[in-house]
Design a protein around this ligand. Structure first.
Ligand code: ATP
Length: 247
């Protein structure tokens, strides 16, 4: 295990973010390891999206720092962080609605260095991985919901990220589509090799896929460890997993 303050990884040190009286994040120090899937769970308003925003540069910390592979990236813009290997998806897919699925993925792949030929090969690989070849020429806006979510992930994968932050990828995916969607996430896990921070209210999905799990409540970390340990944690049950907690 690398020490907390150096080596490869994406991490925060005492990340604190206050919005006019709301402590969205309070002294949060968490770490995502390269190539590993880290789950991030917690009740509504716990600070999960705020943490993703702080990691990716969409929100500025009140205090504390963000590190990528030992480098302090706290002051970096979202674009600079993206170039350094951080990609994210949003709770809504945020595709170019009038472009086809292929064009959406191609735009991401072409933003990287390399030849056009290599980009086309990579785009085809990602469309295959995400099960989107069949709908490659369909306008993004015309896609069924689950495929829009898949296309959002395909676009993020097109950036060849070192770390991919998935903000509720299964939100709105119905029960009939969930098995296929879970299989898609598993294929990405086996194939992509990037580190993933997975935010999900579907905790079964998180405990299934994540190699470690972080639990936030009221902007603070209340548990961080192996899924089996977190699942047994009494404080996590009281805050989230108990009756009426997670979906
Ligand atoms: P959910 O599961 O509902 O998506 P979350 O865990 O992602 O919730 P956040 O969206 O990070 O929670 O919100 C954390 C807290 O910060 C909430 O109290 C929220 O209302 C507040 N908050 C988030 N963004 C802003 C903002 N731009 N301005 C003011 N308050 C905000």
């Amino acid at each position: 295990m690398p020490s907390w303050t150096d080596g490869a990884g994406l991490w925060t040190e005492a990340a604190t973010l206050h919005y006019a009286g709301i402590h969205a994040l309070d002294d949060v120090s968490v770490r995502c390891e390269p190539g590993r899937w880290t789950g991030l769970i917690g009740p509504n308003g716990a600070g999960k999206t705020t943490l993703v925003n702080a990691l990716t540069g969409f929100a500025a910390l009140t205090s504390g720092r963000v590190f990528l592979d030992g480098e302090d990236i706290t002051g970096w813009s979202p674009q600079r962080r993206a170039r350094a290997g951080l990609a994210r998806t949003f709770q809504s897919a945020r595709l170019f609605p009038e472009l086809s699925v292929r064009e959406n993925v191609e735009a991401a792949v072409l933003s990287r260095d390399g030849s056009r030929r290599a980009a086309v090969v990579e785009m085809q690989r990602i469309l295959g991985l995400t099960g989107l070849r069949r709908v490659a020429e369909v306008r993004a806006a015309a896609l069924p919901y689950a495929e829009q979510r898949a296309a959002g992930m395909a676009r993020a994968l097109g950036l060849a990220p070192r770390f991919l932050l998935l903000d509720e990828p299964a939100a709105g995916v119905d029960d009939l589509e969930l098995a296929g969607f879970t299989a898609l996430l598993r294929r990405i896990q086996q194939d992509s090799g990037c580190g993933v921070l997975l935010i999900e209210h579907n905790v079964d999905l998180v405990f299934d896929l994540a190699e470690e799990v972080i639990v936030l409540d009221h902007g603070a970390v209340i548990a961080h460890g192996a899924p089996a340990d977190v699942r047994r944690d009494a404080q996590v049950h009281a805050a989230y997993l108990g009756v009426g907690g997670a979906r």
